[in-house]
Design a protein. Structure first.
Length: 400
């Protein structure tokens, strides 16, 4: 009769010391590899999730920026006081090899921009404006002379064809800093007197798209057409009431009660104004101060006040200019009225036209608020800086 005898399995303690060391080392190595593999797997999964989320956020931001920049944006001549058409018909052309004033041969040959000299207003001291709404990406010192330094200001943004960079070269008296948001037509510098003998003072306007130079005169011609199209598509003719939603988004952006997408911020639901000693918190899009039942009720109450102010301001504009204010000017006026009713009533007195550019709006608002403060005996404040900030924020929802 056959019988099966089970083999004896030695216990760990019965193994020779050398065997125990070899087996133990192998187990430790396997355990370490397993742990490292798990960590790598978890880390890779986390990276993929984080990276995907970051990419989605970036894509959304990029799409939003392009939409804001191309919907309703107008474009400006970089030389204040001259139109885009003035620059289109200016004789020197893209890639010229000679200095605009002296006719001397350039040391470096043809360049990517166009030089606009005193014949078209680009003389020393002339105000230089941003052609687009965008961000100041670089300010570079490019030379010095007995008269001082010369600089170039780079502005990046979007236009009808996508991302673009404008370079304003041979300027000084810089009015912006890197990272600042600017609007089309906003003064950023002045033409510098410090240029070489071969060219004379002038504005060198260069444009880059996808790393390649763009002819500024061609861009100016296309921009002029885009402006005409935007004017035809303007949602509100001068004199028509500004939509409630647009007023909430624009003035709320200036007040900090709404974000760039028009959504309420925390301040919308209630915040304390440092300059207000009342018992109630500010509420709603317009930072209403008079104890409303809710932020929405605060908005409705102040909108009624603004409608009356809108009629009065347009009556002033018609009396002065023979026509009502443009949409941008009226939104700026009503925001000024929200900030200070007395200053809002004075704005038209300081406007040079019924359809001012952003810089003219800033200057008029500054003058109106300073006049109001003098009349009312208010405390001093950094009026120009605050007004530039508010106007930039106001015009953002308008695509200006």
């Amino acid at each position: 009769m056959n019988s099966t005898v089970s083999q004896h399995k030695p216990h760990w303690t019965e193994l020779p010391p050398t065997w125990r060391w070899v087996i133990g080392s192998a187990i430790q190595a396997s355990d370490l590899a397993l742990r490292l593999g798990c960590i790598a797997l978890v880390g890779a999964s986390t990276w993929v999730m984080v990276d995907t989320e970051a990419n989605q956020r970036f894509t959304i931001r990029r799409a939003d920026a392009a939409t804001v920049a191309t919907q309703g944006q107008t474009y400006a001549s970089p030389i204040v006081g001259k139109t885009l058409d003035d620059l289109v018909t200016y004789p020197p052309t893209h890639g010229q090899s000679f200095g605009p004033e002296t006719g001397n041969q350039r040391r470096y040959g043809p360049h990517g921009g166009v030089d606009f000299d005193s014949r078209v207003g680009g003389s020393a001291g002339a105000a230089v404006a941003s052609p687009i709404s965008g961000t100041v990406s670089e300010i570079r010192k490019i030379g010095t002379s007995a008269n001082g330094a010369s600089y170039q200001v780079h502005i990046q943004g979007q236009d009808w064809a996508g991302a673009i960079e404008h370079q304003l070269v041979h300027v000084d008296s810089i009015a912006v800093a890197v990272g600042d948001t600017v609007t089309a037509g906003q003064v950023v510098a002045k033409v510098s007197p410090t240029d070489s003998v071969s060219t004379g003072p002038h504005l060198d306007w260069k444009i880059k798209r996808n790393g390649a130079w763009v002819n500024p005169q061609t861009w100016a011609k296309d921009a002029k057409g885009q402006n005409a199209t935007q004017q035809q598509q303007a949602p509100n003719a001068p004199g028509e009431p500004i939509p409630d939603d647009l007023l909430k988004r624009a003035i709320g952006r200036a007040e900090g009660t709404r974000d760039a997408n028009g959504n309420p911020t925390q301040a919308f639901f209630g915040h304390r104004d440092p300059g207000w000693q009342g018992r109630c918190q500010n509420q709603g899009s317009f930072s209403y101060q008079h104890c409303a039942a809710s932020p929405e009720a605060a908005d409705q109450s102040w909108l009624g006040t603004l409608r009356k102010a809108e009629q009065d301001i347009n009556a002033q504009a018609v009396a002065k200019f023979g026509k009502p204010l443009s949409q941008a000017a009226m939104v700026a006026a009503l925001d000024g009225y929200t900030q200070s009713p007395d200053a809002g009533k004075r704005l038209v007195d300081h406007l040079p036209t019924a359809d001012p550019n952003p810089q003219q709006i800033i200057q008029a608002r500054t003058a109106a608020l300073e006049a109001s403060r003098r009349a009312k005996g208010g405390p001093p404040m950094n009026v120009p800086h605050d007004q530039q900030r508010r106007v930039n924020a106001l015009l953002e929802p308008l695509g200006r």
